[in-house]
Design a protein around this ligand. Structure first.
Ligand code: PNW
Length: 488
């Protein structure tokens, strides 16, 4: 898309020519890297642009603990985790990483790693214990301390407002349209209170996980298995909450606040990089995400989705689609895995190929290794919808993580995973897609939802008995990547 061909790149194009070909960002990179004088002389074809935003991500219920403290209200995940048999080994977020008390230590971890960006989420029920009504100052105080601490350490806060910990006080949860309105009120409130310091706000995290997986598959709280018409209504309330949230944030936030969402669109990569398979891949991306990202980016439910759902299609009120399609300052993608697509002589024009028994995967059974996902997610979203800016708001993996005799975790498999995925991120940068930053999931081992503490994604090992955090090999690797701003 930039007019520079891959053969030229492969032939080891010089930095100046690369900068000229890719425009301002790459030229800036050349200058800044030169000024920094890093030992890697980061002006070669493996460098990232100066100012590329490296970060780490976490979420409230997965790290905070302190579930009964300072007026925090109950959430669907408290109930789910305490229901016998729901989480592996009965794990709960009651203590987790105890970050509610140890946030200063966690800020120090980020600082030692050299990341300049931290994506955290706010527990809605700390702010409005029953989801709406009177705000709880003590809950807000916690996030003010966290935000101020980050800024004092030179780290930019990126705030997500909903990462699945829904207050149980909201009757009917996401089955109720009122929950979307309550979310908008909460989102506007938080924007008003923090946008003097927080310039990047994401409404919701991973629509598919808190709608389909929670109300259809029943694997996530509140673990319901509803019929399709009700599932579609839950999905609609999810995207509506996002849209009304965007409007409320814009109404309450200071000028210059950037608003977006973090979505885990289902991602597709072409079987072969030819025009017909790429076209099929883009089609799959748009159709398979029709109820979530496509609706948000296009402000409507596409015909094929409505036709497929028939009488089960969501009930939409006047004004809903306009709110859902509210313009965004950025789109963030959580990228873990992908499915391969080929062009096919089917009604849709594509076929999604199944994963095979020996397809490589990481410790979580769903986590098939697919490094190209990072490139194709950025490219397909960019070409379909032309967002102003993109972020990778999560990428990372679970691994076995045995602790060695010296107390360290040498997670060479996670390093392999990250190196390969970030290599494909680099390709997206090289080709000039508007990708601003990357957040590694996760800063530290934490509560992995229904898997309890049996699947860990951290680049810092956490000893859950002592709460000691120790950098794994992958943290050392990421530190070096950030230091040189270059593939390592
Ligand atoms: C994300 N899948 O969840 C969440 O945002 C995090 O809270 C979570 O810890 C992390 O990824 C690792 O699981 C996902 O089945 C859960 O494809 C499941 C899937 C993807 C993302």
């Amino acid at each position: 898309m930039t007019g520079i061909n891959r053969r030229q790149l492969g032939m080891g194009l010089g930095a100046a020519a690369l900068g000229a070909a890719l425009g301002g960002r790459a030229s800036a990179q050349t200058n800044a890297a030169g000024a920094a004088g890093s030992s890697a002389a980061a002006t070669d074809a493996l460098s990232f642009p100066a100012g590329f935003e490296w970060g780490c991500a976490t979420a409230s219920y997965q790290i905070e603990g302190a579930v009964k403290e300072d007026g925090r209200g109950e959430t669907v995940w408290d109930v789910y985790a305490h229901t016998p048999g729901k989480t592996t080994d009965g794990g709960t977020g009651d203590v987790a990483c105890d970050s509610y008390h140890r946030y200063q230590e966690d800020i120090a971890l980020l600082k030692a790693l050299g990341v300049k960006n931290y994506r955290f989420s706010v527990a809605w029920s700390r702010i409005f214990p029953s989801g709406k009504g009177k705000p709880n100052q003590k809950g807000l105080d916690y996030y003010n301390r966290l935000i101020d601490g980050l800024l004092a350490a030179g780290i930019t806060p990126h705030m997500t407002l909903f990462h699945w910990d829904l207050p149980t006080g909201l009757q009917g949860g996401w089955q109720s349209r009122d929950t979307a309105y309550a979310f908008a009120d909460y989102a506007g409130f938080m924007a008003g209170k923090t946008s003097d310091r927080v310039k990047h706000i994401m409404t919701v995290n991973e629509l598919r996980c808190f709608t389909d997986l929670a109300y259809w598959n029943g694997n996530k709280a509140p673990a319901l298995r509803l019929p399709m018409d009700q599932v579609n209504q839950v999905r609609h309330h999810g995207v509506l909450a996002h849209g009304l949230g965007v409007q409320a944030i814009r109404a309450q936030a200071r000028a210059g606040t950037q608003v977006g969402l973090a979505d885990n669109a289902t991602i597709f990569v072409p079987a072969i990089e030819t025009a017909e398979h790429i076209e099929a891949t883009k089609k799959a991306m748009r159709e398979e995400n029709a109820m979530f990202l496509t609706a948000i980016m296009e402000g409507r439910y596409i015909d094929s989705y409505l036709a497929a759902q028939g009488k089960d299609a969501p009930k939409v009120q006047a004004g809903d689609m306009k709110a859902i399609g509210s313009a965004l300052d950025f789109v963030s993608l959580n990228v873990y895995t992908a499915n391969t697509v080929r062009a096919a002589d089917t009604a849709s024009g594509y076929e999604i190929l199944p994963h095979l028994a020996n397809s490589p995967r990481m410790a979580s059974p769903w986590l098939y290794m697919c490094p190209e996902a990072l490139y194709w997610s950025i490219r397909t979203v960019s070409e379909l919808w032309k967002p102003k800016k993109l972020y990778i708001s999560e990428n990372g993996c679970s691994a076995d993580d045995p602790v060695a005799k010296d107390g360290k975790v040498y997670d060479a498999d996670r390093v392999t995973y990250l190196r390969n995925y970030i290599g494909h991120l680099h390709r997206a940068v090289r080709e000039g897609f508007p990708i601003e930053g990357y957040f590694l999931w996760s800063l530290m081992d934490n509560f992995e939802w229904e898997d309890g503490y049996t699947k860990l994604f951290g680049i810092h090992h956490v000893d859950f008995k002592t709460q000691k955090r120790t950098p794994k090999l992958s943290a050392d690797w990421y530190r070096e990547l950030i230091r040189t701003n270059r593939m390592v």
